[in-house]
Design a binder for this molecule. Structure first.
Ligand code: ADP
Length: 589
């Protein structure tokens, strides 16, 4: 704003210089011309006066014509006013006036000069003719004596008219020169300013980040060097930006690929960097978190306190933080001060590791040990109680002793069952882990028939009908004994939790790319809240009832592990009072 373009600084200066010089030259030329013209006119008048003197002397010698008449005649011939003045100043003849009416001319400067034998020149107002005139007077000599003065005169208006036309020509010439030179100046100004315009445009492009297009190099040495220097600078800048960008991309790629969450804060506690894993763990978006203060990103008090501890300690800090928002997560965090190359503290760096699964596993194992102990404790306590009673004397009462021993045998069986189930569960887990479970692609109908057969006796005892539906050609990659064990568990449960006289259906079909084997009953069903945990070890809907009807609480856990060992999964649908449907879903052969 307010700044003029270079061309509008150059061009007016040129025009000013041009106008001053043309005006000076015009003035000087006009003055010279005027002087020259006046000199010429004076010479001309002198000549005319001299000629008039010669002509008059000749005529006077002939002696007829009076002097005044001669003046008038010669004046008309030469178109000049001629005046003959006697040495005493009296006018003897005049081409325009009657000499008798003219005053004495003795005081006229040109007359006085002529009297002294020189040529007199004077320019002034003529009272006789009432206008400005130029007078030139020459002496008339006879035998070296001045006997009179012949004066020739011209009105200045004639001279002025001649000069005016001359001035007009000079002015016209000057105008043409001014126009031509102004056009030339315009072209020169543009020639100077255009490369600068180009440079400016190029520099602006550089500023906008387009460093790839080079500036044109002008011919002039200074501008050429400037353009080359700027091109060089742009190339270096581009190179540096490329290096920085690739470094940043590498850094971002490393951070983005890290499994650990990384959070860097500046000294004011604002987020400098938060990688994808970190953002995922904290449940925020990395872009949204940038430059926000930690308190705006994280609400968890425990985590904020940990950061505070890291900032104040100056030493690396390690700890576990449990985030208690919508989904529970346990993070292991390493916190340390962020330092620059000179060791100055720039902020805080936190590295998170999600140990939720690890923690869950730890909890599961702890629960499992507690559960196993509890499961084993019940029969052992019972056995111990009866053995003590027998020892205390009951052994001698044959009726009681028999009864007590039978109960002891029942509990021993139960212990055995639990241990069998635990062993088989751990074997399946171990084999699956070591990939020692051999799967063979085969028809599955035979396996389903075998499982149904095993359970048939128990079902018949309760008056329950087992129905099998399975297409002959249905094939899957299976381990037959394991699949049979899983199905026996499911059918056994169905029979256990169904009323007398109901039916249990075992069906298999292809669903998309998978094989679904379902065991459906019309039994008591499972309330919705228990469904998510039903496949956990020792989980029972009704522990008392389950134990009474001889369940270990491990049957479904075994089914789940067998399904997983086959690369498949389990599912359950149930409505209390109407029945349940357990599904084993296996990948197709
Ligand atoms: P259990 O040996 O006690 O049967 P499972 O792991 O086989 O142990 O089953 C766990 C629990 O799931 C059972 O205690 C029972 O409450 C419930 N359950 C399993 N199958 C059925 C079913 N078909 N109908 C109703 N409840 C079932």
């Amino acid at each position: 704003m307010g700044r003029k373009k270079l061309i509008w600084q150059l061009f007016p200066s040129y025009v000013l210089v041009l106008l001053i010089s043309v005006a000076a030259v015009t003035w000087y030329a006009s003055a010279s011309w005027r002087r020259f013209y006046l000199e010429q006119t004076a010479k001309d008048l002198e000549m005319r006066a001299c000629l008039a003197v010669v002509s008059m002397q000749e005529r006077l010698t002939a002696g007829t014509t009076p002097t005044d008449s001669l003046c008038k005649e010669l004046g008309k011939l030469t178109a000049t006013r001629l005046t003959l003045i006697l040495p005493d100043g009296q006018v003897a003849g005049d081409s325009e006036e009657d000499p008798a009416r003219m005053e004495n001319h003795g005081d006229r400067p040109e007359f006085q000069d002529a009297l002294k034998g020189r040529v007199g020149v004077s320019t002034r107002f003529s009272f006789t003719l009432r206008q400005d005139m130029m007078y030139v007077a020459v002496p008339v000599k006879e035998e070296n004596q001045v006997v009179g003065v012949m004066r020739a005169a011209l009105p200045l208006t004639a001279i002025a008219r001649a000069l005016k036309s001359l001035y007009l020509k000079i002015a016209l010439g000057a105008l043409v020169i001014v126009l031509l030179v102004a056009a030339l100046s315009w072209m020169i100004s543009r020639r100077i300013s255009r490369p600068l315009d180009d440079l400016t445009r190029g520099a602006r492009r550089f500023a906008q980040g387009d460093l790839s297009r080079k500036l044109p190099v002008p011919d002039s040495e200074e501008l050429g060097s400037l353009a080359e220097a700027m091109n060089h600078m742009a190339a270096q800048l581009e190179d540096r930006i490329r290096t920085l960008t690739s470094q940043r991309q590498e850094q971002e790629a490393i951070l983005a690929s890290m499994v650990e969450g990384v959070l860097a804060l500046n000294t004011e506690g604002r987020v400098i960097t938060l990688n994808q894993a970190g953002a995922r763990l904290l449940g925020v978006s990395p872009q949204a978190a940038a430059n926000l203060s930690l308190r705006e990103v994280v609400k968890d008090r425990e985590l904020l306190w940990f950061v505070q501890r890291t900032r104040s300690s100056g030493e690396p800090v390690e700890g576990e933080v449990e985030l208690k928002d919508d989904r529970e997560r346990v993070l292991q965090i390493h916190g340390t001060s962020l330092r620059d190359a000179d060791g100055r503290v720039m902020g805080t760096l936190l590295v998170f590791h999600d140990i939720t699964t690890l923690k869950q596993l730890e909890n599961t194992r702890r629960d499992f040990v507690a559960n196993v102990s509890h499961e084993l404790k019940t029969p052992i306590t019972a056995i111990k109680g009866f053995v003590e009673t027998l020892l205390a004397g009951a052994l001698k009462e044959p009726e009681n002793a028999d009864n007590f021993l039978r109960i002891i045998a029942q509990h021993t069986d139960r212990l055995n069952e639990i241990i069998d189930d635990l062993l088989s569960l751990s074997r399946i887990e171990q084999d699956a882990e070591r990939r020692q479970i051999v799967l063979t692609a085969q028809r599955i109908k035979g396996v389903l028939q075998a499982a149904v057969q095993i359970c048939e006796a128990k079902a018949a005892a309760k008056g329950i009908l087992l129905e099998l539906t399975c297409p002959e050609e249905l094939r899957a990659s299976i381990n037959a004994p394991l699949l049979e064990q899983a199905l026996v568990n499911l059918i056994d449960n169905a029979v256990k939790f169904s009323p007398t006289g109901s039916a249990v259906a075992v069906e298999a079909e292809r669903v998309g790319t998978e094989i679904a084997i379902r065991v459906k009953d019309q039994g008591i069903g499972i309330p919705k809240e228990h469904l998510p945990r039903i496949f956990e070890r020792f989980y029972r809907v009704d522990p008392g009832r389950s134990r009474k009807i001889g369940g270990t609480g491990l049957g479904l856990a075994i089914v789940k592990h067998i399904a997983q060992a086959h690369g498949g999964r389990v599912a359950v649908q149930s409505t209390p009072g109407q029945g349940s449907a357990f599904s084993l879903i296996l990948p197709q052969a």
